[in-house]
Design a protein around this ligand. Structure first.
Ligand code: TLP
Length: 343
């Protein structure tokens, strides 16, 4: 099976398992797990923030951030396809009493021009705009990315209106590679940022939410409230440290493989894709010109050994990651070509 459903499917390598098995641990709810503390300090310093907080998942990182930033009834400006809006079970409403104000980004990417008109004026009838949520790279946007200049414009607009900015950076290292900058540069113009270790970086679980000392002090309480206080969790943190030390540089290979896949797909009848838009490890393409809908396409291709995820009625997503090689990509293209020929 060539599993291109997501970069979340990656399995910990032997070397990663070894560091997990020998990790020094303690009770993290008491702040006494040295490996968790090391990870939190390391990633906070890489992102240029005061402090970090280890949480089990990207979803919890986002939800703890939102709860720390807003009060019930406050409004959150967000792209209509953002993970926080689209894939987190309405958690911001349940957990924080937040109300979304959706805007339409350019492949998910927002700008001060797009956000500006959505900011509420001071008016006793209207909700208070408290938070802007960004996503970089943007999953449903096909792995699209922000420029540093764009982030600066958004942050300036937010500051003018006393609005906080949270960045869902589940794939921030991918974004930095593609934008030829650092994750610190992409995090500078934000009040909070989270990165995931269980996606392209290849760890089995874990995200870290970063921000100011004051922000993290508040966030720790909400992590506990949501059940994210774990104990000897240095075993997982050790995998994340290993991922930071060993699996960041190689993300470039995933990007090259994604481009290769995208260009290969352009050659195929019935498939629509603009390979120039593929800049990270996510490839979204349309099969509307074939006789199949996305669900059937994915199901039938799976039976031939290639796994993809349907992303809309006629769109599918393929994600490259450290468990697929360039040879796997070539084979996946061959199988897809064969599959289309026989339709
Ligand atoms: N994304 C998953 C699915 O939930 C769609 C995937 O396969 O891509 N932010 C972003 C941008 C994400 O893509 C994801 C996961 C999350 C947050 C949530 O992370 P987890 O799954 O750790 O809660």
């Amino acid at each position: 099976m060539i599993d291109l459903r997501s970069d979340t499917v990656t399995k910990p390598s032997e070397a990663m398992r070894k560091v997990m098995a020998t990790a020094v641990v303690g009770d993290d709810v008491l702040g006494e797990d040295p490996t968790v503390n090391q990870l939190q300090d390391k990633i906070a310093s890489i992102l240029g923030k005061d402090a970090g907080l280890f949480v089990p998942s990207g979803t919890m990182a986002n939800q703890v951030a939102i709860k720390t930033h807003i009060q019930p009834g406050d409004e959150i400006i967000i792209d209509q396809n953002a993970h926080i809006f689209y894939y987190e079970c309405g958690a911001a409403a349940v957990v924080s009493g937040g109300q979304f104000h959706c805007v339409r980004g350019d492949e998910g990417i927002l700008s001060a021009e797009i956000i500006g008109p959505a900011i509420r004026p001071p008016d006793i009838h209207q909700p208070t705009t408290r938070l802007i949520c960004l996503e970089n790279s943007h999953n449903r946007g096909g792995g699209s990315i922000y420029t540093v200049e764009n982030l600066a414009g958004i942050y300036q607009l937010a500051a003018e209106h006393d609005i906080r900015v949270h960045l869902d950076g589940a794939r921030l290292f991918n974004a930095a590679f593609a934008a030829k900058t650092t994750v610190a540069e992409l995090s500078r113009q934000t009040d909070s940022v989270c990165v995931a270790f269980s996606k392209g970086l290849g760890a089995p679980a874990g995200s870290v939410l970063c921000g100011s000392w004051e922000f993290i002090e508040k966030a720790i309480r909400f992590r506990k409230m949501l059940g994210g206080g774990m104990r000897q969790v240095g075993i997982l943190a050790a995998a994340c440290i290993y991922a930071l030390d060993n699996n960041v540089e190689r993300l470039e290979v995933d990007h090259q493989n994604a481009k290769r896949l995208a260009y290969g797909l352009t050659e195929m009848d019935g498939i629509k894709i603009d390979p120039e838009h593929v800049v990270t490890n996510i490839v979204i393409f349309d099969v509307g010109a074939t006789p199949l809908d996305a669900d059937t396409f994915a199901e039938r291709l799976a039976s031939m050994g290639v796994l993809l995820i349907p992303f809309g009625p006629t769109t599918l997503r393929a994600v490259t990651h450290l468990d697929v090689t360039t040879a796997d990509i070539d084979l996946a293209l061959e199988i897809t070509q064969e599959f289309l020929k026989n339709l």
